[in-house]
Design a protein around this ligand. Structure first.
Ligand code: CA
Ligand code: CA
Length: 408
């Protein structure tokens, strides 16, 4: 019997071919010679001694038995992991963590809009109209403390859906929700036998596309319901801070057989308010101008640097970032601020000689919309009108983006 223990395989720099070389410190112990009679089955024990090696590596090799006649040979290959397979963090990092492997874990709402960045209309503006990001890039703008949804059955961000990647097959993956006192208020799912994430058709497949999830790919979605142990009934969670926790159980035994990952989530069903609204127009001048300012404030999730105010003038829609130019937030948590901007030529052109209606809207990151409407007497207006932003009808997803999923 001869044995070879290899890995990593060596590459010949000159020829480019891979070749095998005995791994220093690895030894196979066992009988050098075995006798097997014709038709007999024999179990022969061998041990692989790796005590001189550093744990945490794949080990590959083979045993070769040569017959006494020097001709017939039998080769037995082996492959295994030396070390604790549970030392790997199986759950991918968050999408905003550059050390993520599969693009990072994040959340979307029922319309597949990533959470923790801005409301749906602002996301459409960022991706489709301003074109600053594609859907995969926009997911990386994920902000801790801004992941929010509003389970109030208004068809806007009523659901929280994880996009999560795992590096090993899992024996079990649970989702548990905690309230801000650390009390379990919901076990969302307990799923057995998940496949590790893999790369296919130009995108990474998250756990919801695991074979075991085919019966219900939405099992990890949180609908905002919690269990009330006083009434014994499920009810909609009240507004506040929650923690969405993955609990992964690995197949391999080891120190980190059970691993968790926590994500802060806000439930917010309160719409922002708008106050101190002021619109001044001067369309009679040689160079028409207009100025709009208002204060905005939210309870709950608030806004981000990617949040826009939507200005609707006679049904035409325009966007202005809440934290850009003279517009700014008043507090670090981005819960309130002042919008302050000049109207663009396109916005001025949207005014007519008839009665005008102007509405401003701001939405928090849980997609609750606050609005203020004013009537403006007819003005002498320019003829050209440009429809910059149609937020009412909504824009479709960018079908070419990697984020878009045709089945949803
Ligand atoms: Ca909602
Ligand atoms: Ca709110």
């Amino acid at each position: 019997m001869t044995s070879v223990v290899v890995l990593p395989k060596k590459r010949d720099d000159f020829t480019g071919y891979y070749y095998e070389e005995q791994l220093p410190g690895a030894r196979v112990n066992g009988a050098n010679k075995v006798v097997v009679k014709a038709g007999q089955t024999l179990t022969v024990p061998y041990t692989l001694d790796l005590t001189e090696l550093t744990p945490g590596q794949l080990i590959e090799g083979w045993l070769r038995f040569t017959g006494d006649n020097g001709q017939s040979t039998l080769v037995v290959p082996f492959l295994g992991y030396f070390g604790d397979m549970t030392s790997e963090d199986v759950l991918d990092k968050k999408a905003n963590d550059v050390t993520n492997v599969y693009g990072g874990n994040y959340f979307v709402n029922e319309h597949n809009y990533p959470r923790g960045i801005a409301d749906e209309e602002s996301l459409k503006k960022l991706v489709n109209l301003d074109g600053d990001y594609n859907w995969q890039q926009v997911a990386k703008l994920y902000q801790d403390g801004k992941v929010a949804f509003s389970p109030n059955n208004d068809k806007k961000s009523d659901l929280l859906k994880p996009v999560a990647f795992v590096k090993q097959n899992l024996q079990d993956l649970k989702v548990v929700v905690f309230d801000q006192n650390g009390k379990v208020v919901r076990v969302v799912a307990d799923e057995k036998g998940l496949d590790k994430s893999f790369y296919q058709s130009g995108r990474n497949q998250d756990v919801s596309l695991s074979v075991s999830m085919r019966n219900d790919p939405n099992t990890f979605d949180w609908d905002g319901m919690v269990y009330n142990d006083k009434t014994g009934k499920f009810e909609v969670a009240s507004d506040g801070q929650y923690t969405y926790r993955f609990v992964a159980t690995l197949y391999n035994d080891g120190q980190k057989k059970v691993q968790t990952a926590d994500y802060p989530v806000i439930i917010d069903t309160t719409a922002p308010t708008i106050s101190n609204y002021k619109l001044t127009l001067d369309t009679a001048a040689d160079k028409p101008s207009g100025h709009l300012s208002f204060d905005f404030s939210d309870t709950g999730a608030g806004f981000t640097d990617y949040s826009y105010a939507v200005v609707q003038i006679n049904g035409k829609l325009f966007g202005h970032k809440l934290n850009e130019g003279a517009s700014k937030f008043n507090d670090e948590a981005k819960l309130s601020g002042t919008a302050n901007f000049e109207l663009s030529p396109e916005e001025l052109a949207a005014f007519t000689a008839a009665q005008n209606q102007v509405t401003v809207m701001v939405a928090d990151t849980a997609d609750n919309v606050g609005l203020f409407t004013s009537e403006v007497a007819g003005v002498a207006s320019a003829s050209q009108t440009v429809n910059v932003w149609n937020a009412v009808d909504g824009l479709g997803f960018d079908k070419d983006s990697n984020f878009y999923d045709a089945k949803n």
